[in-house]
Design a protein around this ligand. Structure first.
Ligand code: COA
Ligand code: AMP
Length: 625
């Protein structure tokens, strides 16, 4: 019997009492004056007047309580053949020293630090060291190219960049340092120093006077004490794709974040101090921030950090090997990883080779989990499969099933029920709540709960425009879907031009900007094609300027290379097709949704506003569908 209704009801009846109680799980250096202050910021702020240090809550607190010898972080890297365990005391020692090194380089409270690192423990140490100083970190995923790194440096204006010399991808070493150097050239803002974590696979050459060795600086430093910050001060900025080429700087505060994350670990994951949680994501994404680094450590849990892939490192049994080796209780990944495993091991033979008796449940997020994949893995593991729907903006799940409360029924394809803190409804175009089961625009009733982004970095109006203006009193998630009669939420897709490639959120607008920058391109559209493993993959449709007579194949190869150079390999942009024209409405709007259906072989109605429907036939021929 699930206690979900009772707990959700407690929150609904008195949200402030619910969050005041939840805030007791955090150590405050100054108690907050008000649980919620509605008059500040776009929709209000949580725990106003309170002061805390997030790093203290992640590390020192557990050491002081006598849990210093408990493993805090286990690094498992099939890419290097290494496994390393850091106890809470060891992680604290290294973090406090690195914080001392950062302080010596002039980093203090409120300063920004951009971190460009792969899945190495030093990435988590760098994040925590910033948090210790009250500095604001901004992680950039390693699969982004120099111009993307530069745009984040330009927007966040960091004092310092922390980077690794390289990342390791199957079959290739990705030298990060040249990307950092190029980003410094491109960005109008020049950070004054760079801390480089040298890795054996590709040590970096250093720029004299600007670059410092991470380990040498850490070893030479004096440990730094945690600096109390306001609950409402930013902990980090994480850039994510919006509908334009310019990424949005999602701001996370300290207080609400700590309370929400610490609450989520027992509630959703039924995970407790000493348990082992493994989130197979990347620290460059929000899932990595939340469930590789901050939430497990806030809760005194052991976190596993994995530098490898679901397949190919060395095989499709990698997830089960790691789960067995580290006695993982709580496993979290993206559906795309499961589809990759399923493709190589459809009968789950490798699953049977490992002892997964400690594993209690499998959590999924990053994209909708298609029912066949959910059913397949649930049957093979014989453990609950729990979809979590959330986004960079929210920082923790909007909906889930709640192991800590007794599970609600498994409905493959559904994202579960709203977490206490969120009221979710599907709205029609006028902002009216739709009937149960009807698909509309998914929205969250304001105020957003603790942990959700209070604003965008230095762009409060941008926050209002993006999320609050369409439906007064609601936050627009940008997802479409329905809420059924049990209260289960079904997320069906985006209402904007964002696509989801292998659990990575990407902007087709950003790719279109790159394609449009090619000298031969007159106009273009990027749409999502259904991909059996990655969910979606981008497809560029390009109209050439008149008079261009270079071979199509040469131009399309240049376009693929250009997106990789400007956005990065993560865009997974592999296909551009030259078409005679793009279908448009009479007012000149490109009909992307219609082309998407056409490209994916789905039924579609020819929009009555189309300027010339014969263009669709030409596109069919160009795509061979
Ligand atoms: N640094 C540099 N390059 C990176 C990178 C990183 N951190 N991560 C990915 N890339 C590169 C890859 O090497 C690949 O390059 P390629 O075009 O030369 O092959 C490209 O970016 C695309 O990578 P990816 O989307 O990961 O595709 P893949 O084919 O290498 O792997 C999966 C497919 C499904 C195995 C992989 O996408 C995966 O594990 N996905 C899980 C996603 C996830 O955890 N998302 C987080 C949300 S919860
Ligand atoms: P990101 O901000 O990168 O985490 O991406 C957030 C977007 O990914 C959401 O707005 C959804 O479109 C999609 N998404 C994430 N998790 C889920 C899920 N469990 N079900 C459906 N869509 C999801």
């Amino acid at each position: 019997m699930s206690r979900y209704e009772a707990v959700y009801g407690d929150w609904q009846r008195d949200p402030e009492a619910y969050w005041r109680q939840a805030a007791q799980s955090i150590h405050w250096t100054r108690p907050f004056d008000r649980v919620f202050a509605p008059e500040i910021g776009p929709f209000g702020v949580w725990f106003q007047g309170g002061e805390l240090n997030t790093c203290f809550n992640c590390l020192d607190r557990h050491v002081i309580a006598g849990a210093g010898e408990r493993p805090a972080l286990i690094w498992d890297s099939p890419m290097t053949g290494q496994i390393k365990t850091f106890t809470y005391s060891a992680l604290l020692r290294r973090t406090a020293k690195l914080a001392g090194a950062l302080a010596r380089l002039g980093v203090g409270k409120g300063d920004r630090v951009v971190i460009y690192m792969p899945m190495v423990p030093e990435a988590a140490i760098a994040m925590l060291a910033c948090a210790r100083l009250g500095a604001i970190h901004s992680m950039v995923f390693g699969g982004f190219a120099a111009p993307e790194l530069a745009s984040r440096i330009a927007d966040a204006k960091p004092k310092l960049v922390i980077a690794a010399s390289c990342g390791l991808e199957p079959g290739r070493v990705v030298a990060y340092k040249p990307i950092v150097d190029a980003a410094f050239e491109l960005s109008p803002h020049k950070p004054h120093a760079c801390l480089i974590f040298q890795r054996e696979a590709a040590p970096a050459s250093m720029v004299a006077g600007r670059d410092h060795d991470f380990i040498e600086a850490e070893e030479a430093a004096t440990p730094h004490d945690p600096v109390p910050v306001a609950a409402t001060d930013p902990l980090y900025i994480l850039y994510t794709s919006g509908t334009t080429g310019r990424p949005k700087g999602i701001v996370r505060d300290n207080g609400g974040h700590a309370v929400a994350l610490a609450t989520s670990i027992p509630l959703i994951y039924d995970t407790h101090p000493g348990d082992v949680m493994w989130t197979a994501s990347d620290v460059g994404w929000v899932v990595g921030h939340t469930y590789i680094v901050y939430a497990p450590l806030l809760a005194g849990v052991t976190t596993v950090m994995y530098e490898g892939k679901p397949v190919g490192t060395p095989d499709a049994g990698a997830f089960w090997r790691v789960t067995q080796a580290h006695q993982v209780k709580t496993l979290f990944t993206a559906p795309t990883a499961l589809r990759a495993i399923k493709q190589q091991d459809p009968e789950g033979k490798l699953i049977g080779q490992y002892d997964l008796s400690r594993l209690q449940a499998l959590y999924l997020a990053g994209e909708r989990c298609d029912p066949p994949t959910a059913i397949w893995i649930e049957a093979l593991l014989n453990k609950p499969v729990i979809d979590n729907w959330w986004q960079t903006e929210t920082g923790w799940p909007i909906s889930a099933r709640f192991r800590g409360l007794g599970l609600t029924p498994f409905k493959p394809g559904s994202g579960g029920r709203a977490c206490p803190g969120y009221e979710v409804q599907a709205l029609d175009g006028e902002g009216v709540v739709m009937k149960q089961g009807e698909i509309g625009s998914l929205a969250i009733k304001l105020p957003m709960p603790p942990g959700c982004a209070p604003t965008l970095w230095e762009n409060e109006q941008g926050y209002k425009n993006a999320y609050l203006l369409d439906y007064p009193g609601w936050y627009r998630t940008g997802d479409s879907g329905a809420v059924d009669s049990d209260g289960d939420i079904w997320v069906m897709g985006r209402t904007d031009d964002i696509i989801n490639v292998a659990g990575h959120r990407l902007s087709t607008g950003a790719m279109e900007e790159v394609l449009a920058g090619h000298p031969d391109v007159a106009e273009c559209a990027v749409i999502a094609r259904i991909d059996p493993v990655k969910g979606e993959s981008p497809l560029g449709l390009v109209v050439l300027k008149s008079g261009v007579n270079r071979p199509d194949a040469t131009i399309t190869a240049e376009l693929v290379a250009l997106v990789r150079e400007k956005i990065g390999p993560v865009a997974a942009f592999k296909e551009a097709v030259i078409v005679p024209r793009l279908p448009k409405t009479r007012s000149g709007k490109i009909l992307r949704a219609t082309m998407k259906k056409l490209a994916n072989g789905e039924d579609f109605v020819i929009p009555p506003t189309i300027e010339d429907s014969s263009v669709l036939d030409q596109i069919k021929v160009s795509l061979g569908v």
